[in-house]
Design a binder for this molecule. Sequence first.
Ligand code: GLU
Length: 302
Amino acid sequence: MSYVGRLAPSPTGALHLGNVRTFMVAWLRARSLGGKVVFRMEDLDHPKDKPGAAAEAVRDLRWLGFDWDEEYVQSERKDLYRAALEKLVEKGLAYPCICSRRDVESAQSAPHAGEQLHYPGTCRGRFASWREANAARANPCWRFKVPDDAVVSFDDAFAGRYEQDVSKTLGDFPLARDEFGAGYTLACVVDDLDMGITEVVRGDDLLPATPAQILIARSLGRDAPSYCHLPLVVGPDGRRLAKRHGDTRVASFREAGWSAERILGLLAASCGWAEKGEELSLAALLPRFDLAAIPKAPFVYG
Ligand code: GLU
């Protein structure tokens, strides 16, 4: 099967060094295997989405030299998510839930720092429809009914073997915060399947969410793609790169006179493919691409 990869930015802010490093690896991985690249704008997160950020991300990526073969916008694909949700509801695998985050937190006896929130299934079998749930408390979410034994394991191309019993870690996890299923988790899975993505390359902050996505794919009667989760870029304090670490937006480097090749060279050096200070285009990086050379630890910037 020929390789199909993807770049899937969310327009929640400007493109920064962290996003670019992941996209650089995703693009090089696909192109070095003679594969296709799909661009997908994940714009369903309305409260967090910023006006203009989608167009700016495209402009920044083009300026950096990225190209792709197909382009999609999630907000234009809601019919697909609705159809998938209906399928899950018909199979008895999705139900509406009115619990707030606080409800779920207080139901959890002693959550450990950094642990994912486990949902105890309070709303399982409680409402006959989304409307009924919505009448009880506005804006319910849809949850996936996880079987009692839901051990999912897979071989991640970068992170290695990964295993999780979703019934113990997440419990019935949220599929979408939208009446018709247009929310991140469901949309991401539906799109990866519909677009024929063979491998998902993304940041390892999403590694713990992957078994849940694999369960959704299987429930839709399909095999999930393969996965390749990469370490993130962090600041000197070890925390994920963010505004507190200063301005690492691509646009700011460009305005400060940096070339695309200088930015890519810096990130390539962090992957073990270049010397510090080398300036390289994506095309020049193609023959140097080596997944195995990327350090396992996060890249500390700054
Ligand atoms: N859109 C997500 C993000 O920008 C990535 C989702 C994914 O790669 O599955 O964080």
